[in-house]
Write a protein that binds this ligand. Structure first.
Ligand code: ADP
Ligand code: MG
Length: 517
């Protein structure tokens, strides 16, 4: 059993928040039971605030109840067959009152469902039974006429403190030790949605005897998606420039936001010319994004952001007041990719910040300058050594690896102590020999040869490992030169295989042929 069910309120006292609404429902129920028919109730409020729960609690007071989800069974027929009949026929006076629960009445959409709304209207008019309806979206057009026929009760989000209290109670009952901070964090993240708060707690705590702040990482991703969705929703729903600019202040990769905007335009916009205009903006935004990545001139991002937000938002003539369900098909995989990149970026910023005595944020702002500096091989080598950056980290600033030659030359220039430090930094490129203490000219010599062999080997490795990314990069103009060089050298070595030469390249080729067989 899910914890949301297990810990669902068993009576009205257990229901958190919305005291006024609770009391009104109780009074309404009592009036019905006392033989005073009441207007139909319409509960409107955000998800996870207890609408369905309260309707079910009220149902306990009546001898029977019928529940329908208006967005599932939308047609006129179904509603009149299942609800219509029961709403009309009523056997006894006070006994046998059948509560009719109609959930998600704002979920009914489109012209084909007009019958559904009409059916509800009819039922309200003719019913001699109590009816409770629920909806999420206060702006839904569907509710406009319904509202006039019902007593509307608006629910608010549940307060964070109440949510924390409930989460604590659950932890105690489940014998889970908890960190107050964790529960408060869960409560805050749920934004007043008890269902999501309880679900999150279950996700990180079920079967454990303790929850700590480390467990929060698990669900932060979910929160991230929700934030991005909020922003996308604002872009599509609003025409208010300030709101939109505010909504776009979020930590997410631009291509990810763009993808979501593009995917959801037709779900919100209805007019063909608006859709066309919006997609034109998406396409332009995409062009600038591509340019930003290719040229690493990140001021292009700014244009891209503006086009995908304001451009798309202002493509509509008027705002739509409807409840559109947005799609998130590829969200999670994309998010994990961008997250990996961000993690690397943060790690590098932190590393560099330590040396520069600056915060991560300040260092990140300087990244574009570093990118410019990193374009020069020697300078790149020097900076990488100074900050102790490995090849993967260097890639944040330049698309090509620092050439081995440059690295070796740089290393030679330094004094012995400095060299030790640099070697640590360039760990990925060549390994430091353990016997640095060993002296003697003979040893020195053998060390040197060892090193050259190693250098050759690793440069060969580099060639092999670089082959496929280089081929990929071949599409890009900037990498064109190096690719052709590499593919030439590949051709060469292939030829050597055929000729059956047995020098050092032959060694490598033997290995390749081993692979082939
Ligand atoms: N006000 C509340 N007090 C206590 N628990 C609640 C409350 N609202 C929601 N919950 C919890 O969340 C679950 C889902 O609530 P539900 O009534 O279906 O929300 P809604 O219909 O408003 O989306 C419930 O089963 C219950 O566990
Ligand atoms: Mg509900």
């Amino acid at each position: 059993m899910l914890w949301t069910e297990k810990y669902s309120p068993k009576n009205f006292d257990d229901v958190l928040g919305n005291v006024k609404v609770k009391n009104e429902i109780l009074e309404w129920t009592e009036e019905w039971l006392n033989g005073n028919p009441q207007k139909c109730l319409l509960l409107i409020g955000p998800p996870g605030t207890g609408k369905t729960t309260m309707a079910h609690l009220a149902a306990k007071e009546f001898s029977e109840f019928v529940e329908l989800n208006a967005s599932d069974k939308r047609s006129y027929d179904i509603i009149t067959n299942t609800v219509g009949e029961s709403s009309l026929s009523r056997s006894l006076y006070n006994e046998g009152l059948k509560l009719i629960i109609l959930d998600e009445v704002d979920g009914i959409h489109g012209t084909e469902d007009r019958g559904g709304t009409r059916a509800i209207g009819n039922i309200i008019k003719t019913a001699r039974h109590p009816i409770i309806m629920m909806a999420n979206d206060p702006y839904s057009k569907r509710l406009k006429t319904l509202k006039t026929k019902c007593t509307v009760l608006k629910l608010r989000k549940v307060h964070t403190n109440s949510i924390v209290a409930l989460l604590k109670r659950i932890c105690v009952k489940e014998h889970i030790e908890f960190d107050e901070y964790v529960l408060r964090n869960l409560a805050k993240q749920s934004k007043g949605d008890l269902r999501s708060a309880i679900n999150d707690l279950e996700a990180i705590a079920k079967g454990k005897d303790k929850v700590t702040s480390k467990d929060l990482e698990l669900i932060s991703r979910k929160d991230e998606v929700a934030n991005i969705f909020d922003s996308v929703r604002t872009v599509l729903k609003s025409k208010n420039i300030h709101h939109i600019n505010d909504a776009m202040k979020l930590e997410a990769e631009p291509n990810f936001i763009l993808e979501l905007v593009a995917e959801n335009i037709p779900r919100e916009y209805e007019k063909a010319e608006e859709i066309a205009k919006a997609y034109e903006m998406v396409s332009l935004a995409d062009t600038y994004l591509g340019r930003a990545f290719q040229t690493r001139v990140y001021s292009y991002w700014k244009y891209s952001y503006k086009l995908m937000s304001l451009g798309v938002a202002l493509s509509k003539e008027e705002t739509y007041r409807k409840f559109a369900r947005y799609a998130n098909s590829s969200v999670y995989s994309m998010l994990s990719k961008s997250r990996a990149k961000r993690t690397l970026r943060d790690a590098v910023a932190e590393k560099m910040g330590e040396k520069l005595h600056s915060s991560k944020k300040v260092v990140r702002e300087q990244f574009p300058y570093f990118e410019t500096m990193f374009q020069d091989d020697e300078v790149a080598c020097e900076i990488a050594a100074f900050f102790d950056l490995d090849d993967k980290e260097v890639k944040l600033f330049r698309s090509k690896k620092i050439p081995k030659k440059v690295k070796t030359a740089y290393a030679k220039k330094l004094s012995k102590t400095a060299q030790e430090e640099v070697e640590k930094g360039l760990r990925g490129a060549f390994k430091t020999s353990n016997d640095t203490k060993a002296g003697g000219s003979k040893d020195e010599k053998s060390k040197k040869t060892e090193k050259t062999v190693q250098t050759k080997k690793s440069s060969e490795k580099e060639m092999i490992s670089n082959k496929s990314p280089a081929e990929e990069r071949g599409k890009k103009r900037s990498a064109g030169k190096s690719t052709s060089k590499k593919s030439k050298s590949k051709e060469k070595s292939d030829k050597k295989v055929k000729a059956g030469k047995s020098d050092k390249t032959g060694k490598k080729d033997k290995q390749t042929s081993l692979f082939n067989f």
